[in-house]
Structure formats: C-alpha cells, structure tokens
Design a protein around this ligand. Structure first.
Ligand SMILES: [Cu+2]
Length: 480
C-alpha cells in the first residue's frame, strides 16, 4: 500500500453518485445482491500474514490483506460503502477520525449498525474532514486477544482535501502493528519525570495493606510496519533530494510507540490528519495508539537506513522498515536518537481562545486487578455502565474537556465523531492543534475544546484496547 498519487479504481464512481441516497442498512444474507456497485467494499475475513521468513500470522483482516486496502475518499463527496463479514461474529467497522452519523460510526455503544456474522451492511458515508483517517474493528476483546484491534482489521482512510498543496515528490503510508500478544505482569513504563516520581511515591504511601497489586498487562512477540517485520518487506525506495510525505498510523491494540530515521528529521505537518499551525522538525515521532502523524522528510543523507523504534528489543522483534536510497547497498544502519520529550504544544500557536460554555472534568482512575486478573479503569470514579444514561451535550456549545490522569499509565484517549482542539498541555496554554486522540501520560493533565455540529451518541474512551474493555469509556448524547 505504499504510495500512489492516483486514486484507486474502486473510487472512480464516487464523484458520479448523487447525494440523494439514504442510509440503506440491508443487513441481509451475503447472497442477496446489492444494488449497483459500491465505492468501497470491505470484506472481513480470515487472512494469513507473512510477517517474516517462515513466520505467518493467522488473523482476521479486510480484503485479504494486512493492512487493508488504502481507502482514498474525497472530502464531502458521498461514497457507498459495502461491508461483508465472512466470520462467525458480528463486527463493528469504525471510521476513526471521521465525522459521520452515529448509526454508521461503527461502535456498539453508539447503537451503530453491526456487520452481522456472515452478513452484509451497506450505507452511504460523506467523508469529513480531510486528512489521514483510518478504519478499524471496534468490538470488545476483553480477555480474548484474537479480537478487536488485536487483529489485522485496520487500514488507512485518506480523505483528499478539496484543494491539495501537494508539496512532495512521493507519498508513503506506514501503519504499525504488533502480533502474538501475551499476558504479562511487566509494566512498560517510560522513565518518569520529577513530578511523576513524586505522584507515584505519594500514591504508594497512600496504599493500604490489602490493596491489590497491578493486574495483567499485554506484551507482544512480533512487531511490524505494513504487516512486515524489519528487513522482510520491500524497503521504502527514495532518491537524493526528494521530499517524501510519510503518513504514519499507530494501529496497535495497546502500545504507544516512537519512531526515528537516523540521519533525517521529520517535518511534522499534520497530527491526526489535521494540519498543525506550526510545523516543526523533530528527530523522534511519538504515536499513541490510534494516532496519526503526517511528516515530510527531505532525503539528503544517502545510504541504507532503518526507520524504526528506538526500543532495541522491539526493533529486533520487527518494529522498523528499511529506507533505501537509489544506488545504495549494504546493511541498513541504525543510530540511537537523542531523547527529547514529546510536546503537542510545540505545534500549536499562542492565541486567546473563546471561553467554553461548559467545562467537563474527566478524572482517570485505576482499580488494580491483582495477580492473574485484569485492572479496571474509571472516569470520574465510575467504570463504563451500559445501563447508565449518557451525558447530554448540546449542539453548537463549546465544551472544554479536562483530562486528568490520576494513574501512572499512559492513556491515548479518543473522542468519536469529532475533533478537539488542544487548549492546555501540562499547564501550558496552546491553540490550533486539532486531534481526535491525545495521549495522557502518567499523572498529566491536558485540556481540549470541542463543539459538536452533529447530534447523536458520541463515545469517549481510552484507545488502549485492554483499558477500553475494562471500563475506560463514557457515552455522550449530543442533542440539538
Ligand atoms: Cu488507557
């Protein structure tokens, strides 16, 4: 799925379609023919992925490939979507980062239409906003690490803007994913800063003797970019002097990652598909689960390089891809990058934002599961309860979400069907950075504003699958 400026053939009919088609959820048996060809067809089914030499993963994917096909849509141009499910379980196909009605957003909590087991679902979708979006399974996995985002059900959705600046010579889509998950008691924590250390010590001091220890975490055996371990797939082929636009997607179920390309800097132009006010040059990218980064790299250090994670073990287990300049040979090189904290606010601007109409504090908590069990997660003291009434929000009102992480874990939190504007990151005011996922590191606070222009159920949750499955969800209902 690397590159291609041309649109895929299955989209050729998109422009010709009128906007008059209504939602048509046939949900009939697959043998019932759909009327007219669809612009996008996704078939959910078993797939074998050759991730390395003599190493094949058996999973579920879209259209027999992992990642699924690159879906190019045009901003504001309605597209007919056909979803087929060749598996034995109902699926939800979530359009991540797109503003679509709740019934086609692909989340059970929002009462979206499922793709029935061995069934079919057809509807029309108007792609908004432009930029790097993606599609993935949104089923709960709970203790079954062969479901939901642990599988190969993910793919890029690129919504082409009405006008494209196109300041690049080559466009490359790269999606990371991990395989062969296992339960572990090891916590993968970054080195804490002074504030985090103090908060951890205070939390430890407040522990009672009968408090349970940390429950299960997830580890992985294999790491891939575009379904291949480092060195197994085709390299990214570049020429000296080229400007290459990389679209990165962290399609992990649970991991927040870093990526670097020795000898090169990333000019970050968009976060979660949205252009940033202040593009910055960075050496190391940081992507929480479900985040996207668009970055331009000037190819001016000829050689054969590893674009990969700075985590030596994970890179050895596959997290990387070779970048090869034309005419260059030899072993791909890796140089450890400098450590520098990731700062969303570096891409923002200083501008006074309108005061919100309402402020919504969201305090994240953890209830340790204990040995051999799962931790539970809370928002404002409560785990998700499907019987609880959703919190009512009003269309057109500006809401300020105050994410307050009172745990030592990092949480990539996601709001469905909307983008939010970061207004404060770790105490520093900012503006202009629009995202749909933001990572709350241990004990950190971030504020973000959003104004919903669409009514209906809107899910907020941690994108770490294990956290989402065990309570880290909250449902809003936007009314006019
Ligand atoms: Cu989380």
């Amino acid at each position: 799925m690397e590159s291609s400026h041309s649109r895929r053939s299955f989209l050729s009919g998109a422009a010709a379609l009128g906007a008059g088609l209504l939602l048509d959820a046939c949900q009939r048996a697959p043998e019932t023919p759909a009327e007219g060809p669809a612009d996008v067809t996704l078939r959910i089914g078993p797939v074998l992925v050759d991730i390395a030499k003599d190493h094949t993963i058996s999973t579920v994917g879209y259209n027999g490939s992992v990642p699924g096909p690159l879906i190019r849509l045009r901003q504001g141009v309605p597209a007919t979507i056909d979803l087929f499910n060749d598996t034995d379980i109902p699926e939800f196909v979530h359009w991540h980062g797109l503003s679509v009605p709740a019934n086609i957003d692909g989340a059970e909590e929002e009462k979206s239409l499922p793709v029935p087991a061995h069934g079919h679902l057809r509807y029309q979708l108007t792609p908004q906003p432009a930029g790097a979006r993606w599609v993935h399974s949104h089923v709960m996995a709970m203790s079954d690490v062969n479901r939901g985002t642990y599988t190969g059900q993910f793919g890029f959705v690129y919504v082409e803007p009405k006008s494209n600046p196109g300041q690049y010579d080559q466009e490359i889509f790269l999606a990371t994913h991990e395989w062969e998950p296992f339960y572990t008691t090891a916590e993968m924590e970054e080195e804490p800063d002074a504030e985090q250390r103090a908060r951890m010590a205070a939390q430890k001091a407040a522990q009672k003797p009968d408090d349970k220890p940390n429950g299960w975490e997830i580890g992985y055996q294999k790491f891939t970019i575009n379904g291949k371990c480092l060195g197994f797939g085709e390299p990214v082929r570049v020429k000296p002097g080229q400007r290459v636009l990389f679209h990165f997607l962290n399609a992990s179920a649970t991991e927040n990652i870093q990526l670097a390309l020795p000898g090169h800097m990333f000019q970050i132009v968009a976060l979660d598909g949205n252009p940033v006010p202040h593009p910055q040059l960075v050496e190391v990218l940081e992507l929480g689960t479900a985040e996207r980064i668009d970055a331009v790299v000037e190819m001016k250090t000829p050689g054969v390089w590893i674009l990969g994670t700075p985590m030596d073990d994970d890179r050895r287990d596959g997290m990387g891809i070779v970048v090869e300049y034309a005419g260059q040979k030899g072993q791909p090189r890796w140089i450890k990058p400098q450590k520098k904290p990731w700062d969303y606010a570096a891409f923002g601007e200083t501008r006074t934002l309108p005061a919100p109409d309402e402020t919504i504090p969201l305090v994240f908590g953890k209830i340790n599961g204990g040995t051999g069990a799962f931790n539970h997660w809370t928002i404002n003291g409560k785990s998700y309860d499907e019987k609880a009434e959703p919190r009512v929000l009003h269309m057109g009102k500006r809401y300020r979400l105050i994410f307050d992480n009172q745990t030592d874990d990092a949480h990539p939190v996601h709001l469905h069907r909307n983008s939010f504007e970061l207004t404060n990151v770790h105490g520093n005011p900012t503006a202009g950075v629009l995202k749909d996922v933001v990572v709350l590191k241990g004990f950190k606070k971030i504020e973000a504003d959003f104004t919903s222009s669409m009514e209906g159920l809107t899910l907020f949750h941690c994108h770490q699958q294990l956290h989402m499955d065990y309570g880290f969800k909250l449902l809003f209902n936007v009314v006019s």
